[in-house]
Design a protein around this ligand. Structure first.
Ligand SMILES: [Mg+2]
Length: 308
C-alpha cells in the first residue's frame, strides 16, 4: 500500500513552508467554486505571497483568457498579474504558436480559447452557437455542411454550447489524419456549489469526439508536461522547490508528480478523503501518483497554521 498524504498540522507546518519558493495553484475547487471564494483561500494566497513565495494560478479551465482571469482574481481578492496566469486556453495557443502552426483551428470551446489564439495570431473557427436544427434530421447536417480546407487542428475545451453539429464537424475534420487533435484538459467535471448537482467538464466533450473519431486527443493542460514546459519558458522555477496545490488527483496531483514538484491535496473540490484511501489500496500503478505529499481539508486551513 502506498502512503497516504500527511495532513499539515502544527508539528510539520514550519518544515512544510520552508520546503518551497514557488506555488502553482489550481483554481476551481481550491481557490473558488464558480464565483465564490472557498473559505479564506484568498487571504492564504496573499499571505504566501507576502512571505516571498511566487504564486502562479494554473487552471485547466479554458473558458477565460489570461486577462479575464486577472479580473476574476482581483474581484475575488487574489493578487495576480497576467504573467501569473497559466490557463489551458493560453497553453493551447502557446503550444501551437511554438510549433509554427499557420493554419486554422476548429475550436469546440469558449471565448477564452479564441482570445488566446487571437493573441498569437492563429486563425480559428467554430466558437459560438451551432445548435442542432429542429426542422431537419441530424444526418442532413452531416451531408450538407462544408469543411474549411484551411483547418489544420481540432481543439476541444469546455463549451456551454456544445452540440451535435459541432461533434459532426470535429469528427469529420479528424477523418484526415494530418489534422492535429488537441484537448485543453481531461477533467470529467467541474465542481459546483451544490451536493446534488454536477457539471460535466471538458473531458466529457473530448471523450465524445474521441469515441466518434477513433482518435486520441493530445492534452495540453494538466497532467500534461506540455503545460510545465510552457511555464518554464517564462518562469525560472526549480521543480524541487515548487509546490503544486490541487483538488483533482488525476490532473493536479498527477501533474505535480510527473514534473517532480511537491504536492498538496485539498479536499474542497472533487476529491474526498475516502477517494484517497481507495487510491492507496488500489492496484493501478498510475493511482500511486494520485496521492499527494500533504493534504488539508481546505487551503484556508494553512492560514490558521501559519498564525498558530
Ligand atoms: Mg480544480
Amino acid at each position: 500500500m502506498v502512503r497516504l498524504p500527511r495532513r499539515i498540522d502544527e508539528t510539520n507546518v514550519t518544515e512544510f513552508l520552508a520546503s518551497f519558493d514557488n506555488v502553482l495553484s489550481d483554481c476551481d475547487g481550491v481557490l473558488w467554486k464558480t464565483g465564490k471564494v472557498i473559505g479564506c483561500a484568498n487571504d492564504t494566497i496573499n499571505r504566501l505571497q507576502s512571505m516571498g513565495k511566487k504564486v502562479l494560478y494554473v487552471t485547466n479551465n479554458s473558458t477565460l483568457s489570461r486577462e479575464q482571469y486577472v479580473d476574476k482574481c482581483q474581484k475575488l481578492g487574489f493578487q495576480a498579474k497576467k504573467e501569473d496566469i497559466i490557463c489551458s486556453s493560453y497553453v493551447l495557443a502557446q503550444y501551437l504558436y511554438h510549433q509554427q502552426f499557420n493554419k486554422t483551428v476548429y475550436v469546440i470551446g469558449e471565448d477564452g480559447i479564441g482570445a488566446e489564439l487571437d493573441h498569437v495570431g492563429i486563425k480559428h473557427t467554430g466558437i459560438g452557437a451551432d445548435p442542432a436544427p429542429t426542422n431537419e434530421k441530424i444526418l442532413t447536417v452531416a451531408e450538407t455542411r462544408e469543411l474549411d480546407a484551411d483547418v489544420g487542428a481540432v481543439a476541444i475545451g469546455l463549451d456551454g454550447q456544445f452540440s451535435f453539429p459541432k461533434m459532426i464537424m470535429a469528427t469529420s475534420y479528424l477523418l484526415n489524419s494530418d489534422i492535429l487533435f488537441l484537448a485543453t484538459n481531461p477533467d470529467e467535471m467541474v465542481p459546483v456549489n451544490r451536493e446534488d448537482m454536477t457539471c460535466p467538464g471538458a473531458g466529457a466533450l473530448v471523450s465524445a469526439v474521441e469515441t466518434a473519431s477513433g482518435r486520441k486527443a493530445t492534452v495540453v493542460g494538466k497532467p500534461s508536461e506540455i503545460l510545465f514546459s510552457v511555464i518554464k519558458r517564462n518562469h525560472n522555477l526549480d521543480p524541487a522547490r515548487t509546490l503544486m496545490i490541487g483538488d483533482r488527483c488525476n490532473t493536479d496531483i498527477l501533474f505535480g508528480k510527473c514534473c517532480g514538484l511537491q504536492t498538496l491535496q485539498v479536499l474542497s473540490g472533487v476529491t474526498s478523503y475516502q477517494n484517497l484511501q481507495q487510491y492507496a489500496l488500489g492496484e493501478k500503478i498510475e493511482e500511486n501518483n494520485f496521492l499527494a505529499d500533504y493534504y488539508l481539508p481546505e487551503l484556508g486551513g494553512l492560514l490558521d497554521l501559519i498564525d498558530y
